[in-house]
Write a protein that binds this ligand. Structure first.
Ligand SMILES: [Zn+2]
Length: 412
């Protein structure tokens, strides 16, 4: 571990020692108080480092900034990472373990529980031979998602403040709440943050950039049936239970979550409830391509239309509700975030892939609300469980990339 890696690691170890599990059943903002105490700790550290305007807003978001040291105007770049860890697995009493110089073989997480990382169950480990790998002790998740992101951004701030010879425009930093529950970012005050574009540092493998996501809508199909004694039902009964099943099985099998991957879209029927008087069938529609997304909705409407003709004694209605759209269009319209990022990746000689997330990201929501925010890899793998790991050599590369982003933004 070199000096910079040690600095990043020490910070990371300090952060994961604080429990910040979020709770999707909670009605409060943030969903858990632990995020507030962690936010206070981060704000104290930001003040000590010399960041300006450090404060926590009423929802628990931590803000700080480093003013421009240029004598011209430059865009303001923002960096975001989330404070919470997922509730799927224990995030308390995390004890990170550093495995120095990974040899390409079996890496023991917990001998007693027979928990190992191997190139078979974690193929990307083979990209990290010789690296210092961090895991938990097998009793908890690691919390790399996303405390390594926080450690990297904090170390970036420290570095910029210690090196005034690095010329930069305004740098805005925020540590955010409740990413894992999906409920936090809606409370984020974009105008107050004041960035022209931003990056979440919350992705996985080195080189992976999320610059797109699904277009998403949900739907409800209501079926009102016609009920009577089953003994006298011929040419009269309309059975909503069977009609719901008929609709579900009419959707093509190769357009379902369990049969698709990459940039293939799907419809997921996720709830059905009913009896002989009526039934409701609910689901979600997902596709990266807007045109095919619209086609999915037409296809679903077409199926409903066919069932109306097939079951004239029933009343069937379809209602589609808008959810969110792919941020890709926003990033095209406001290209600065991707321009600076791709230039910086090239300058740092990092091979990269632009990927379309199969889900939403905090950055996608921010982009759609006007702040272009692609997601940068953060060096962690296998998040949300005890097999999570990260490479400190990857972390160092990401740190250098963040510095480069700041420098390149100053040229714009
Ligand atoms: Zn995350």
């Amino acid at each position: 571990m070199n000096e910079l890696q040690k600095k990043i690691y020490d910070r990371f170890a300090r952060y994961v020692a604080v429990e910040t599990t979020s709770d999707s059943n909670s009605q409060t903002v943030p969903t858990t108080k632990t995020q507030l105490s962690f936010g206070k700790m981060l704000a104290e550290e930001m003040k000590e480092l010399g960041l300006s305007d450090v404060h926590i807003d009423k929802n628990g978001f931590v803000f700080g900034q480093i003013p421009s040291n240029l004598d011209k105007k430059a865009p303001a770049v923002g960096f975001l990472a989330h404070m919470d860890t997922v509730q799927d697995y224990c995030g308390k009493n995390i004890h990170p373990v550093v495995h120095t110089g990974y040899d390409g073989g079996k890496l023991v997480i917990n001998e007693e529980k027979k928990m190992y990382l191997t190139p078979e169950n974690a193929p990307r480990l083979l990209k990290c031979v010789g690296h210092d790998i961090v895991t938990s002790d097998g009793n908890t998740l690691l919390g790399g998602d996303d405390k390594i992101g926080i450690a990297l951004i904090m170390t970036l701030a420290e570095h910029l403040l210690a090196h005034p010879e690095i010329k930069h425009g305004p740098v805005k930093i925020s540590f955010t709440i409740d990413e894992e529950t999906g409920t936090g970012i809606g409370y984020f005050d974009i105008a107050h943050f004041g960035a022209d574009f931003a990056y979440t540092v919350d992705g996985s493998e080195l080189g992976n950039i999320d610059c797109g996501n699904f277009n998403a809508d949900k739907f409800v199909i209501s079926i009102i049936g016609k009920n009577c004694h089953p003994g006298a039902a011929k040419n009269f009964m309309a059975n909503p239970v069977r009609i719901a099943a008929d609709i579900v099985s009419s959707w093509p099998e190769d357009k379902l979550p369990e049969t698709t991957e990459g940039e293939e879209g799907f419809i997921l029927f996720n709830e059905v409830e009913g009896h002989l008087d009526g039934a409701t069938l609910q689901g979600i529609i997902r596709h990266h391509e807007l045109e095919q997304f619209e086609q999915f909705k037409k296809d679903l409407a077409q199926i409903v239309e066919e069932k109306r003709a097939k079951y004239p004694n029933a009343k069937i209605s379809l209602e589609i509700k808008k959810q969110y759209r792919n941020m890709r269009e926003v990033l095209k319209e406001k290209p600065l975030a991707m321009d600076v990022l791709e230039q910086s990746l090239k300058d740092e000689k990092i091979d990269y892939q632009l990927t379309q997330a199969r889900g939403g990201t905090d950055g996608a929501q921010l982009s759609l609300r006007g702040l272009p925010t692609p997601n940068i890899f953060a060096s962690y793998e296998n998040p949300h469980g005890p097999y999570e790991w990260l490479s400190l050599q990857w972390s160092e590369k990401i740190f250098n990339l963040l510095v480069r982003i700041v420098e390149n933004t100053a040229q714009k």
